[in-house]
Design a protein around this ligand. Structure first.
Ligand code: IVH
Length: 672
């Protein structure tokens, strides 16, 4: 059918134009306007259409070449060996197909592979002559790149001179320059403080930093390098892994995450292992790369157009996507804080469908320059909550206007206050504001607070709407008959809720204190205050200095506690709660010197699995220990989780005891 073919032709042309444009933005401008995932989808669609209609293939189709032409400003270099790309796979089936094809071509039952992290930075070619670095070049279009030698020389992990024996006359090294996450965050903080534009992700930051025309700027950027391949006429070991080991002996950095694997099973296990490591690493990887280990086998299977047949990039699910920002709505929190929330066109990212993301505060909306109607970069990494990273101004609809915080609360119409020096705007309505009331009640009923089973946010909304509950104390006045009048509330649920309320009356001081929702008094602080004072009365009467002396409580928290108890309305609610039969066990305060860990000092480093560091700290302090941030010879022990920092080294320098997480748990449970 002529019609169908011309549609395919149109689509192919459209895809080519779009991909060319994206290549230019990515490689030349360092300012992509689509996510990698979206780019991959376009490229894949084009590859599939070309495979189905080979007559449409043209030599300058983006499927036939690797990147974009080098930019102006740097001298052009022609690569002695073209810098190729990798075929991508997104599923286990595609990996199985890769392994099957290679086994067939090589006529072998099982193959040995090397598994490498796919580093998310930019490819670089280094040339060493007589052991000295003479050239550093970007990939460019794969054939010709930019001469960035001066900049490359500022990257500290790239040796300027090779070390060791049998150094070849000429050596071509290939690898990736990338930026660590921590360095990236620091850099962005610095740029934003200086009023300069920040980078969307570490990869753009790495590319932007390396392609600075002023090498002094590159030198200030925290860039790193790992190599993943090499070529020389002087001969190298006959396996890929052997080559990497040789490169390492010559002083070139090789990723410690690289391993060898046998057969498809080995590939799958390696993928799973690195997928798990992904969020622990301080740099971003967007997949793994499988490579045939034997160089003879590599030579035998060869290349196809832009990529070697002997390698495959198995991509992780995307953690970044681009979607439409439909609206910015304002959510009112328990203490009246107004939070702008992004309502997004649903987008699948980081393994879930994301429809909302917090924008934190007005300043952040302004700094990220996001406007309702914009296309925005949405990121969700690991279990971290989804985030709007930036807008894509190039795709901004002309009608999009900057967003401003409303001057009246969207829920109750009260004036919005902006405290000087604080980023948050607040609704001044207090408990007049139904939103604040709802949130305060949700907090009060929560599992870690009064633990009122069955009192969820929908029910609370109904109770507030019907004016049945104004303050937490009103909850205890609810009876079955009243509850049954509510929507979707049968006799059984009503009686269950009354029973749950009844049960919640017997609680602990820590829970009750937390449930009251005093600003900045979280679970851990509430527990500390409860332990120290033993009664609500004691806390209400304490002066600021005594309060601030409690572990985890500083002058700010102390002021919030005092302000809370000074407010007549709050005292009234407490009286009503106690009158309604709410009671807590009285905890007798312990004398600090009688606590089991009195006089001991601990330092925490790295991340713990069973609890957060804040929790570990509170648990130690509850037993009378001091927790400090720097190691000295007076430190009792350093508790090291995974990926510990320099504190661990300092501990071993000073001969301070080091405990792992299990030892910490054993210590704490022995004191209970
Ligand atoms: S090998 C002939 N190994 O991925 C094979 N590439 O899509 C050339 N990359 O341009 C590449 N980590 O920037 C290889 N361990 C790794 C890699 C890796 C990241 C990048 C590299 C390359 C792109 C190919």
């Amino acid at each position: 059918m002529a019609g169908a073919t011309s549609t395919v032709k149109d689509r192919v042309a459209e895809l080519r134009a779009a991909i060319e444009e994206h290549n230019h933005r990515y490689y030349v401008l360092d300012r992509p306007s689509v996510s990698d995932a979206e780019y991959d989808r376009l490229l894949r669609e084009l590859q599939e259409l070309e495979a189905e209609h080979p007559r449409l293939i043209e030599p300058d189709s983006p499927t036939q070449r690797v990147g974009a032409r080098p930019a102006d400003g740097f001298e052009t270099v022609t690569h002695s060996i073209p810098m190729l790309s990798l075929a991508n796979a997104f599923s286990n089936e595609e990996v199985a197909e890769f392994d099957r094809r290679l086994r067939e071509r090589l006529d072998l039952d099982e193959l040995t592979y090397v598994i490498e992290p796919k580093l998310d930075g930019l490819a670089i070619a280094l040339r060493y002559e007589h052991g000295r670095l003479v050239l550093g070049a970007t990939r460019g279009d794969g054939r010709q790149g930019e001469n960035v030698t001066t900049n490359v020389r500022t990257v500290r992990s790239i040796p300027l001179k090779l070390r060791g024996n049998n150094i070849p006359q000429a050596l071509e090294v290939r690898g990736e320059i990338f930026m660590e996450r921590s360095g990236f965050e620091q850099l962005n903080r610095r740029l934003s403080e200086a009023g300069q534009k920040t980078f969307v992700n570490p990869r753009n930051a790495a590319a932007g930093s390396l392609r600075q025309l002023d090498p002094a700027i590159t030198a200030q950027r925290p860039l790193r390098f790992y190599c993943y391949g090499a070529a020389t006429e002087d001969g190298l070991p006959d396996t890929h892994l052997g080559c990497l080991e040789q490169l390492q002996q010559w002083g070139l950095p090789v990723s410690p995450e690289i391993s060898q694997a046998s057969g498809l099973e080995g590939l799958e296990a390696g993928y799973a292992r690195l997928a798990e490591r992904r969020n622990e690493l301080d740099y971003e990887i967007d997949g793994v790369v499988y490579k045939l280990d034997s160089l003879d086998q590599q030579g035998e299977v060869g290349f196809v157009s832009r990529a070697p047949r002997w390698a495959l990039a198995h991509k992780f699910p995307a953690q970044e996507e681009i979607t439409r920002l439909l609206a910015i709505e304002v959510q009112v929190g328990r203490t009246g804080a107004l939070t702008p929330v992004a309502r997004l066109e649903p987008v699948f990212v980081g393994g879930v469908t994301v429809t909302n993301a917090t924008l934190h505060n007005a300043e952040e909306v302004q700094r990220k320059d996001v406007r309702p109607g914009d296309w925005v970069v949405v990121r969700r990494a690991g279990d971290v909550i989804p985030e709007v990273v930036a807008s894509v101004p190039e795709r901004r609809p002309s009608a999009a206007r900057p967003w401003v915080m409303p001057s009246n609360c969207p829920e109750c119409g009260s004036a919005v206050e902006q405290v000087d020096g604080e980023a948050v705007a607040r609704c001044s309505g207090g408990l007049v504001c139904p939103a604040q009331r709802r949130r305060a009640l949700e907090h009060f009923a929560a599992r870690s607070a009064m633990d009122i089973d069955g009192l969820g946010s929908k029910l609370i909304a109904q109770l507030v709407e019907a004016d049945l509950v104004l303050s937490p104390a009103d909850l205890y006045r609810l009876d079955e008959a009243t509850l049954q009048q509510l929507d979707r509330m049968g006799r059984k649920s009503a009686s269950n809720l009354v029973r749950a309320l009844e049960q919640s009356r017997h609680t602990t001081l820590a829970r009750l204190l937390f449930a009251l929702g005093i600003r900045e008094v979280g679970e851990v602080t509430a527990a500390q205050l409860a332990r120290h004072f033993g009664s609500l009365q004691g806390i209400a009467e304490a002066d600021a200095e005594v309060l601030a002396g409690v572990p985890d409580v500083g002058p700010v928290v102390a002021a919030h506690v005092q302000a809370f108890f000074a407010e007549p309305h709050n005292r009234e609610v407490i009286e009503q709660l106690l009158a309604a039969g709410v009671e807590y066990e009285v905890e007798t305060p312990r004398r600090p010197e009688a606590m089991p860990l009195a006089g001991k000092t601990y330092v925490l480093t790295g991340s713990l699995q069973a609890m957060t560091r804040a929790r570990a700290r509170a648990a130690l302090e509850e037993q009378g220990a001091k927790v400090t941030s720097s190691v000295s010879k007076n430190t009792t022990a350093v508790i090291a989780g995974t990926q510990p920092g320099s504190k661990l080294e300092r501990a071993s320098d000073l001969g301070v005891t080091v405990l792992d997480e299990n030892a910490l748990l054993a210590l704490l449970s022995s004191l209970e």
